[in-house]
Design a protein around this ligand. Sequence first.
Ligand code: GDP
Length: 362
Amino acid sequence: GIKCGIVGLPNVGKSTLFNALTAAEIPAENYPFCTIDPNVGVVQVPDPRLERIAEIVKPQKIIPTTMEFVDIAGLVAGASKGEGLGNQFLAHIRETDAIAMVVRCFEDDDVTHVAGKVEPLADIDTIGTELALADLDTVEKAMQRTQKVAKSGDKDARARLVILEKLQGHLAEGQPVRSLLLDEDETQAIRDYHLLTAKPLMYIANVDESGFEDNLLLEQVRSHAENESAEVVPVCAALEAEIAQLEPEEQSEFLADAGMDEPGLNRVIRAGYRLLGLETYFTAGEKEVRAWTVKAGSSAPKAAAVIHTDFEKGFIRAEVVSYEDFTACGGEQGAKDAGKWRLEGKDYIVQEGDIIHFRFNV
Ligand code: GDP
């Protein structure tokens, strides 16, 4: 599946956050895939639109969609040279599709900091350097292989070499591949190297309960992230871990007392979902109202395949209404009467929030 890796130096709160994320158990029937690794957490994506649709449709069940987070431990300075879990760590991160970097923005004398003091920008730099060095290694190995082929006059290899040289120069300066402007062909050409610093990145700033405002460390992370056009999600992992342990009723009470609308984890989950380039569409029947996940830009048959592969093969057409039109018109009949109920063919690109009914041959 598509997943977001949680990385960070030791003792920044990764496990605390990961455990909170995975505390809500997901009914197995909603996740009928292979055995999940203990480091992989399947997390429900909170979406208030589901409740709104359900108010209209009154289904027997409501089923949110899910996404995956992976807890990737073992990053220390020197990882690219094999320190700590070294290569193992890098292999795990290679398998993810996006990176959520947890940085410590809380002071606590009882929690040791690996570098001796709480300094998130230095931590970000340490991690960035390790990832860039690992990529530099990958790129230089690829250059050696490609040089041989290029010498024999292979045009593709020569073109690839030009791209690799560009990457090498950039990475050697400690810069991530994602900050390099690459065109479509270049992006395609380097895809198979699975470069770590090419993956989309966001920061999770782990703050104290009182650290959401007037927190110099958080502000530093924010301005750093702004330069990279990266998102920062501030969250108090320790508090989230507590909230996650509560029964649903206690949870609402606790949140109300703390002046929160929802657990901070919801912001982490939604940011991760966006970072992965995922979108949601809905099916709305009397049996169930359900959210489904597609890669942004997916065609209607591809979206149908998420429900069942046969749906893609036998795809005839999709009946589509936007969430806004569906709710504004009070449901299916209202949307039809208002002319908002559309028939779409196989080239239709699914839009965020579409409510879809697939027609297919079996
Ligand atoms: P990891 O090594 O990055 O996985 O870090 P852990 O999740 O194991 O956390 C390291 C220590 O920091 C633990 O003792 C946590 O209880 C503590 N910790 C985690 N998040 C917070 C937080 O938001 N505030 C405070 N004060 N302590 C935290």
